[in-house]
Design a protein around this ligand. Structure first.
Ligand SMILES: Nc1ncnc2c1ncn2[C@@H]1O[C@H](COP(=O)(O)OP(=O)(O)OP(=O)(O)O)[C@@H](O)[C@H]1O
Ligand SMILES: [Mg+2]
Length: 378
């Protein structure tokens, strides 16, 4: 072997890719160490033999052989194919063949370089599979989210209807008195139509009618299905409107209401209907906690530091045990008799306040009872 040939052989032997030079009859003229290792024989036993027999265990030129194409076209060729290795294992082989031409530019030999890219290919395939899987998961998640959102809406509406049921009885009381007054005064009116007290009585009638209308309008506003419409609302008005729906329950249960409203609290961008639902549930819970009567305290205040509005609901009722304090916001947690509470009230409140980027917390109260603090960002 000449020096230059020895250098070349040593250099090519150092390359991990298989390098193989064949003539027109696919006879191996040269091969590096990697290629002979692949064939599983010493180099001197391979030279002069057919490449398809030694490297690919075929009896004729391989079906997808690019070397044949190089002889035909004189142009370099490249492919990636799955092959069966000498140990029977499937291998992904990247092949690159290019010509060595004679003086008349006719292809005399072809250099074949091939490399095992099975691992890379498997990794790519796996990544592709993972990508597809991820896409599928994301689609499923999105679908589940939509479903959840629609369920949440349904739940909100269901909870609202449940509180309306509760309201209906107090509404009947609420409307009973003004309507009785109206009919009484109508009777009086028809008896002595010339009486000078007439204007005063007519005013009483219209006042009472206005009261009925206000109560009914509040109830209608509240029961209407809403799809989270945010408007600037005055929190104090929302509380007062809600209170007008439960006033009668408070009287029946001998509960005194104490309001401390900070008139400087600015308007809030919120879904008034949903906020009313929160207020209503907190008041109903407080009423339920005061079977022997007592006090409910409602306070509105600014938290300048947090740039938020705080609404505090306190009562001096039966209170919540340390154990239950951890669970009150959990859906379906209730300590009320079957049929009395669904246990959804506070979890829905929590949900509504969260969608308003606010917080609702149960805080400890000096003395007996419970204290809920809502904070809503401005
Ligand atoms: N002010 C309160 N005082 C004492 N316990 C309370 C108070 N507010 C809530 N709780 C406790 O938290 C539980 C959960 O309240 P939540 O409003 O979620 O459901 P509920 O009132 O039981 O049922 P629903 O609101 O569906 O009628 C109540 O059952 C009660 O034990
Ligand atoms: Mg409740």
């Amino acid at each position: 072997m000449e020096v230059s040939e020895r250098f070349l052989q040593t250099a090519l032997d150092g390359i991990r890719d298989c390098i193989n030079i064949v003539d027109k009859d696919f006879k191996i003229i040269f091969m590096n160490e990697a290629a002979s290792q692949r064939a599983g024989k010493k180099r001197h036993l391979l030279l002069g033999n057919k490449c398809y027999t030694e490297l690919w265990k075929e009896s004729a030129p391989c079906e997808n052989c690019v070397t044949g194409k190089v002889f035909e076209t004189g142009k370099p060729q490249q492919t990636i194919t799955w092959e069966t290795g000498i140990d029977g294992k499937k291998l992904c082989i990247e092949k690159f063949s290019f010509p060595i031409a004679d003086k008349e530019s006719k292809v005399e030999y072809v250099v074949e370089i091939f490399r095992d890219i099975t691992e890379r290919k498997l990794l790519e395939d796996e990544q592709e599979q993972q990508r597809l899987e991820l896409g599928k998961r994301i689609r499923e998640l999105r679908h589940a989210y939509e479903e959840l959102k629609s369920l949440q809406n349904q739940l909100l509406q269901a909870e609202k209807m449940a509180s309306i049921g509760l309201l209906a009885s107090s509404l009947a009381h609420e409307l009973d008195t003004p309507l009785a007054t109206i009919s009484g005064y109508c009777e009086l009116l028809s008896e002595d139509i010339h009486n000078e007290k007439l204007p005063e009585r007519i005013k009483t009638i219209s006042d009472q009618v206005a009261k009925c209308q206000k109560t009914i309008r509040n109830l209608l506003d509240f029961s209407r299905k809403s799809n989270c419409e945010r408007k600037l609302c005055n929190i104090q008005h929302l509380i007062s409107n809600t209170l007008s729906l439960v006033e009668h329950r408070l009287i029946i249960h001998k509960i005194k209401l104490h309001k401390t409203f900070d008139d400087l609290v600015p308007p809030l961008l919120a879904d008034g209907n949903q906020i009313q639902q929160v207020i209503l549930n907190l008041i109903n819970n407080a009423v339920d906690a005061l079977p022997q009567g007592g006090d409910i305290f409602i306070e509105t205040r600014m938290n300048k530091e947090m740039k938020s509005i705080e609404v505090v609901f306190e009562d001096n009722g039966i209170g919540i045990s340390r154990e239950d304090q951890k669970r009150v916001f959990t859906p379906f947690f209730t300590t009320k008799e079957p049929g009395k509470g669904t246990g959804l009230g506070l979890s829905i409140c929590n949900n509504i306040i969260s969608t308003h980027n606010g917080k609702i917390a149960l805080e400890s109260r000096a003395g007996s009872g419970a204290k809920f603090v809502i904070s809503l960002p401005l």
